[in-house]
Design a protein. Structure first.
Length: 355
């Protein structure tokens, strides 16, 4: 954990606090669906607001289905780069399994250049699988595709000549990729992990930090994975690696308003995905339980800040990203959530962590 000092000498956590969206297709005032093109423009506006309020990072998830507008996060991030000054620009996640590691690296090195060194990538296997048949990959190779491509991506970060061979891609012999980044270590990267011990250890083996996707249940139940992550670093003699956490939520003026604004949109999103995966219908009781003691960060700025600070303390996390877009919630409410997060939640979290 990175720290700074109060004038009195007390250590204060320096935690990065970001926002995340998949570009969920939103709802218009008349109940109609917003056109995906407008959703993309709205995401740029949301990122501009976040940047103006001092939010540390904005990450965009890659999907290839009609309930999310963002299939090419790097292009949207490029638009955001030209409209912002300081915010980190990343993905949450890039589905590396169904992409080419060389092209992914080139795209993010390019984004890093045009943004003045603000690019980062969160790599993942993808909890949605639409990209596999779309790009000609066999779902039977789900695990081996990610392991192989992650190995190549990790080597590319040296930005020197790479020699590599695998099953799912042509080999490389003393090959370099371009452009080069302006800072040591290549493109900053994380690996999105849903909570398997094997995935945790793999992040340490390849030397790329872990971003825990905690989307349900008490965050404390992920403490064994945080402990495993740190013990693996010691066993493999790695320098300390940061730990990130990603969870959904919504901020409004009051706890009651936040719940009421989110519930119908959360349920619409959850039930659509649930029908595809055989889940039962979402219930209001389940929703309220997740808000009160699980991994939905929903409420007033004070409530959300306290919950984030508690998670950061529990897991000793270095970064927390709030997935502020959940289902069909209108753009105006998303903008309010972003504003409250940047203006009120972030300063309060840092105050609480400094106590």
């Amino acid at each position: 954990m990175t720290t700074s000092q109060h004038s009195e000498g007390t250590a204060v956590r320096k935690v990065a606090l970001g926002l995340d969206t998949f570009g969920d297709i939103t709802q218009q005032p008349d109940g109609s669906r917003t056109h995906p093109a407008q959703v993309l423009r709205d995401v740029v506006d949301q990122a501009k607001l976040a940047d103006s309020l001092g939010v540390d990072a904005i990450t965009l998830g890659e999907h290839h289905r009609d309930d999310f507008a963002i299939s090419s996060p790097e292009i949207v991030l490029g638009a955001i780069a030209g409209a912002t000054e300081r915010i980190l620009l990343g993905t949450g996640v890039t589905v590396l399994s169904s992409d080419d590691p060389v092209r992914v690296y080139e795209r993010f090195a390019t984004l890093d250049g045009v943004s003045g060194g603000r690019a980062e990538v969160i790599l993942g296997r993808g909890s949605f699988t639409e990209s596999f048949p779309l790009f000609g990959y066999d779902l039977n190779d789900y695990d081996t595709l990610f392991a192989e491509k992650l190995d190549l991506f990790a080597k590319l970060r040296s930005e020197g000549p790479v020699t590599w061979a695998g099953k799912h891609r042509t080999p490389l012999v003393n090959q370099e990729v371009h452009p080069k980044t302006e800072h040591p270590g290549g493109v900053p990267a994380w690996i999105g992990v849903g909570g398997s011990p094997q995935s945790v250890v793999r992040t340490v083996q390849v030397g790329i930090p872990m971003m825990l996707a905690i989307i349900g249940g008490d965050p404390a139940r992920f403490l064994p994975f945080a402990d495993l992550y740190r013990s693996a670093q010691q066993e493999l003699e790695r320098d300390p690696m940061p730990l990130g956490v990603h969870s959904p939520g919504h901020v409004a003026a009051t706890d009651e308003l936040a719940r009421e604004e989110l519930w119908e949109h959360f349920a619409a999103n959850r039930n659509r995905i649930g029908r595809e995966r055989g889940w039962p219908e979402a219930s209001r009781a389940e929703f309220d339980a997740e808000v009160e003691s699980g991994s939905l960060y929903v409420g007033s700025p004070e409530t959300v800040a306290r919950k984030i600070a508690n998670t950061v303390r529990t897991l000793d996390a270095d970064r927390f990203d709030l997935k502020y877009a959940n289902g069909t919630m209108p753009h105006e409410q998303l903008m309010t959530s972003v504003e409250l997060y940047g203006r009120d939640v972030i300063p309060r979290v840092r105050e609480l962590l400094g106590e």
